[in-house]
Design a protein around this ligand. Sequence first.
Ligand code: 5GP
Length: 195
Amino acid sequence: MSEGKLIVFSAPSGSGKTTIVRHLLKQPELKLDFSISATSRAPRENEVDGKDYYFLSLKDFKQKIKNDEFLEWEEVYRDNFYGTLKSEVERIWKNGKHVIFDIDVVGGLDIKNIYPKRTLAVFVKPPSIEELKIRLKKRKTESPDKISMRVAKASIELATAPQFDFIIENNKLDVALEEAYELVSSYVGAEKTAK
Ligand code: 5GP
């Protein structure tokens, strides 16, 4: 698909962007496919290699950086590398789909800079840092020190919001989902099919 587009959802960890991205992927008329990132972090329980992420060793990740296989990559947390493989975007475009990303703010803005004319970059804003802390604790996927690390990073990430094309405030999930749907469907030119 030569006219394939890129839809970036970026946000601090715990803002609900993954939920939004999953919801959009369920709408066939949007013709979206998820960009599976590579990461050097360990899989969480329930995460599947090749579905949630391509889980790589730190050594393999660094080798792929050397080979110039990444469109963008970032050491999001210390020794936890994350990146978008060029082959991933090509795979999705070849299948006639638009690429949707769930990536950190730096990576999101990198994609926007690489493909300025075919990227919609959306920032998902949590109601507050306090609420973010509560959500991360409830999720129970991170230890207390990792939660503190993610919360500290969130304040820095929030400052980048104005650089995105749109900001969605995730105060009420159903409203955020609807807003995200409207934005993406008008960007890709989809018409909702009668259900
Ligand atoms: P988590 O460990 O919670 O899955 O992800 C941590 C952060 O890394 C999240 O903000 C997530 O969106 C981001 N991330 C995931 N994949 C990529 C990627 O390919 N590139 C970049 N730059 N960030 C990513």
